[in-house]
Design a protein around this ligand. Structure first.
Ligand code: BG6
Length: 472
């Protein structure tokens, strides 16, 4: 017995990395639009460099993305051809509320996603909707300072109410914030935070995270009230930390790193702050405002399921040594693992370990909503990409996931591979870091026809779905 009969196979995208069309049909400007390709990207996404408008010297990949806004019908037809049961996408907040603090939503924005959901339903594809995937209307950043301000909870609730009501019956699976723990690493993407000189950055990040946690709990409440059929999940960037050596100091370090990574999910899943985090606030002198009312809301509206991305495991060591890249998380290089061209370490067994960690810790159904290999694809003279490296990565991860389900008894609802169609990289802004089964003719500098074509992995994944993960 492998995956359940109704296992939700599919793929995942995010509005800001594929839609483009950032200034049409009343859409407002968002933080993700003004994040450029190139060396300034990192300081901007980490909140160290203020950059809230376009300029001449940078290239902004989100402006066009892969033009999913105009081509989604063609793309969803391709997903249907692969046999997708689900399609994960995100809503661009500034399409629904262009400034973020209006009280009446933008009809054209609401209509766009409604049509898209109907298109999915036409093929029997269940939409899986991320309410916020790294995006925030720029007005909310300029006017209120982003998620550092508690007023954001109210604005977010307006967004959730509008979409919950409008898409009732069309959408059942919801995720409140993409990779909520990313706020601790890339706070401009995670929470629209730009640091001011001299402020306590950790305090700002945790205060913003607290506001998102309350907003997430309120969203869970609203979605359940509007339709008791709704299933609401949290979403984290997962990947267990291993101890570099078996010496207790390294083991302790890995425990700390794992907790650091899981802390916000602990709250969304259990409904209260874990003691270790409160102690950390105390020891570091972080003054986080958490009201009694907030505590009640967190407690009353925990999530129905836990979703996560998994790309790599990580390593912690008491004495920091050589660090490797990996989703802007710090990790010591693991000498036992190979890495992708971007330095992300490849570890299928680590996927099984992570699935077990999350299941053991929360005892709530899991949903893998991102996994995949970012690689350079070179089309042959006929434009065909034979991406055996991607097939190999995914096959080994799907096997590990099957082991977690079949041999370990992990409860898993579904799997959506990241970037099922090539899209803009969140970390680097590149197009050449591709994850898709579908190739998009566009390069880092914005050249190309945007034409879609099927890679070898397209046919491979179609068969994986057709055999419900038996034949990988
Ligand atoms: C996750 C994000 O962190 O990883 C995605 O949720 C992102 O938005 C994905 O695209 C892969 O990262 P990158 O930097 O290769 O695009």
């Amino acid at each position: 017995m492998g995956f359940k009969k109704d296992f939700l196979w599919g793929g995942a995208t995010a509005a800001n990395q594929c839609e483009g069309a950032i200034d049409v049909d009343g859409r407002g400007l968002a933080n993700v639009d003004v994040v450029p390709l190139g060396k300034d990207r990192l300081p901007i996404i980490t909140g160290k460099m203020k950059h809230l408008a376009f300029d001449e010297e940078h290239f902004y990949p989100a402006k066009v993305g892969i033009d999913f806004y105009h081509r989604y019908k063609e793309d969803i037809a391709l997903f249907a051809e692969m046999g997708f049961k689900t399609f994960r996408l995100s809503i661009a907040w500034s399409r629904i509320f262009p400034n973020g603090d209006e009280t009446t939503p933008n009809e054209e924005g609401l209509k766009f996603y409604e049509e898209m959901f109907k298109e999915c339903k036409k093929y029997g594809i269940e939409p899986l909707v991320t309410i916020t995937h790294f995006d925030c209307p720029i007005h909310l950043i300029k006017e209120y300072g982003g998620w550092r301000n508690k007023k954001m909870v109210e604005f977010y609730q307006n967004l959730v109410t509008a979409i919950a009501k409008r898409y009732k019956g069309l959408v059942k699976y919801w995720l409140t914030f993409n990779e909520i723990n990313m706020i601790l690493h890339a706070p401009f993407m995670g929470a629209g935070i730009v640091f001011e000189e001299g402020e306590n950055e950790e305090e700002v990040k945790y205060q913003a995270a607290h506001h998102e946690l309350v907003a997430s709990a309120e969203a869970t409440r609203i979605l359940h009230e509007v339709d008791p059929e709704n299933k609401v999940g949290c979403m984290m960037a997962a990947g267990d930390y291993y101890a570099y050596e078996c010496k207790p100091e390294d083991v302790f370090e890995s425990m700390k790193e794992n907790r650091h990574n899981l802390s916000l999910i602990d709250i969304q899943a259990r409904g209260y702050y874990p003691n270790y985090l409160l102690k950390e606030f105390e020891q570091k002198g972080l003054n986080i405002e958490i009201t009694e009312e907030d505590k009640k809301v967190l407690k009353a509206h925990t999530v129905d399921f836990i979703s996560f991305s998994y790309y790599a495991s990580r390593v912690a060591r008491a004495e920091k040594e050589e660090l490797t890249a990996g989703n802007i998380f710090e990790s010591v290089k693991n000498p036992h693992l190979e890495a992708s061209e971007w330095g992300w370490q490849i570890d299928p067994l680590g996927f099984r370990i992570t699935l077990n960690t999350l299941w053991d810790r929360y005892q709530k159904p899991l949903f893998v909503v991102e996994n995949g290999l970012g690689a350079v694809d070179t089309p042959d003279e006929n434009g065909y990409v034979a991406d055996d490296y991607r097939i190999d990565y995914m096959a080994r991860h799907i096997e590990a996931m099957r082991d977690a389900v079949e041999k370990d008894g992990v409860e898993l609802w579904g799997y959506t591979s990241w970037g099922c169609i090539d899209l803009v990289s969140a970390g680097t802004g590149e197009m050449k870091k591709r994850y898709g089964f579908i190739y998009v003719d566009r390069d880092n500098e914005g050249n190309g026809t945007l034409a879609r074509s099927k890679k070898k992995s397209f046919y491979w994944y179609k068969n994986v779905i057709a055999t419900n993960g038996e034949d990988v």
